[in-house]
Ligand binder design. Sequence first.
Ligand SMILES: NC(=O)c1ccc[n+]([C@@H]2O[C@H](COP(=O)([O-])OP(=O)(O)OC[C@H]3O[C@@H](n4cnc5c(N)ncnc54)[C@H](O)[C@@H]3O)[C@@H](O)[C@H]2O)c1
Ligand SMILES: [Zn+2]
Ligand SMILES: [Zn+2]
Length: 422
Amino acid sequence: MNHVAKGQQNFQVTLFIEGGRCWYSQKSEPCVSQNTFLFADHKPRKARMDTAGKVIKCKAAVLWGTNQPFSIEDIEVAPPKAKEVRVKILATGICGTDDHVIKGTMVSKFPVIVGHEAVGIVESVGEEVTTVRPGDKVIPLFLPQCRECNPCRNPEGNLCIRSDLTGRGVLADGTTRFTCKDKPVQHFMNTSTFTEYTVLDESSVAKIDAEAPPEKACLIGCGFSTGYGAAVKTAKVSPGSTCAVFGLGGVGLSVVMGCKAAGASRIIGIDINKDKFQKALDVGATECINPRDFTKPISEVLSDMTGNTVQYTFEVIGRLETMVDALSSCHMNYGTSVVVGAPPSAKMLSYDPMLLFTGRTWKGCVFGGWKSRDDVPKLVTEFLEKKFDLGQLITHTLPFHNISEGFELLYSGQSIRTVLTF
Ligand SMILES: NC(=O)c1ccc[n+]([C@@H]2O[C@H](COP(=O)([O-])OP(=O)(O)OC[C@H]3O[C@@H](n4cnc5c(N)ncnc54)[C@H](O)[C@@H]3O)[C@@H](O)[C@H]2O)c1
Ligand SMILES: [Zn+2]
Ligand SMILES: [Zn+2]
């Protein structure tokens, strides 16, 4: 159902009712006071914003320690402080990085609310927030963009110094907005989306087109953008080239989509789970191989297959051995290998420096090299223009409270992306 009401001075509000829940999208800049919307009868009305300034009690999936199951808890979410935004989450994807926290390969304090790939609606904003307002549809950004720090100011940089990749677990002011059973609960990578409501620093919020469907566009918050950007932005895959992608999960398949979009003529998918192959072929891989089917090192297999022409390789698993395999597999002289998989915390890697001496380039990228606040709205627009299909990456959609089932689907290798809806 879709009501469109035109208010005074071109302020148009669209009320969507989906699955018994409603939200509002602003078609143009509002000219009435914040939190007040005009409806068909032209009377201003407070629209579900009566929570502004108050603590919100809601459900969240809390992790109390490593290798423990998610516990759906009643939590309290404090109002946003200055330069913070409180967001109602509409849909969130399950990413391999969330699992790294569960397994302890990514350092985190506990209890914590993970999840970082979502779409939500701004519920309220703290003082001094200028870039979003209540009712805006947004994507939380695990990679912030403060627009002031050294990497933000450099055209080639994107790793904002406000990023929390090391498990600080707090917002910019050093505190948390979540409480459960009277205990503070940690934030995760400036996002924490496995909850009905979250609080984000303004630098970690991108306003997106109100038309974007939450249960698909959420993948732009991490998996899709990371993989696609690794190919088109970080590696700058050239037309006609040969690429090899190690790991065909949601992020690896997005690398495949990026290689295809960049015009690669051969894209070889590599995974130990053959069930991933058909999907990889569907999104653009030209062939797929399982390293366990060969006795030779995978670099030799790839060299034999291609006449030693693999120009770009991508490690999209997060394992040290496959990072070196991917490096060895790109051409010894003009090859480029990109580390996309998150390396395990506090692990060192040894490799033969001759691999680099001969000319290879070894790179990494966080969030596909995109400048998050600038680029995420553009990627959403490209998605709405059908430049790529996010639906191909989504194998399962579940209600939020079935989050553990979503992770089981990841562990069993059945899912690419599971999206949880609220
Ligand atoms: N750089 C970033 O900004 C960023 C962002 C998101 C995710 N990541 C990382 O990317 C990686 C992939 O994420 P995902 O969500 O696609 O995970 P996923 O678990 O869905 O996919 C991983 C894939 O790797 C395959 N695999 C496992 N071991 C393998 C091996 N030895 N050889 C070949 N294939 C193997 C699995 O079968 C699976 O298909 C994770 O490490 C995640 O943390 C990085
Ligand atoms: Zn992710
Ligand atoms: Zn910055």
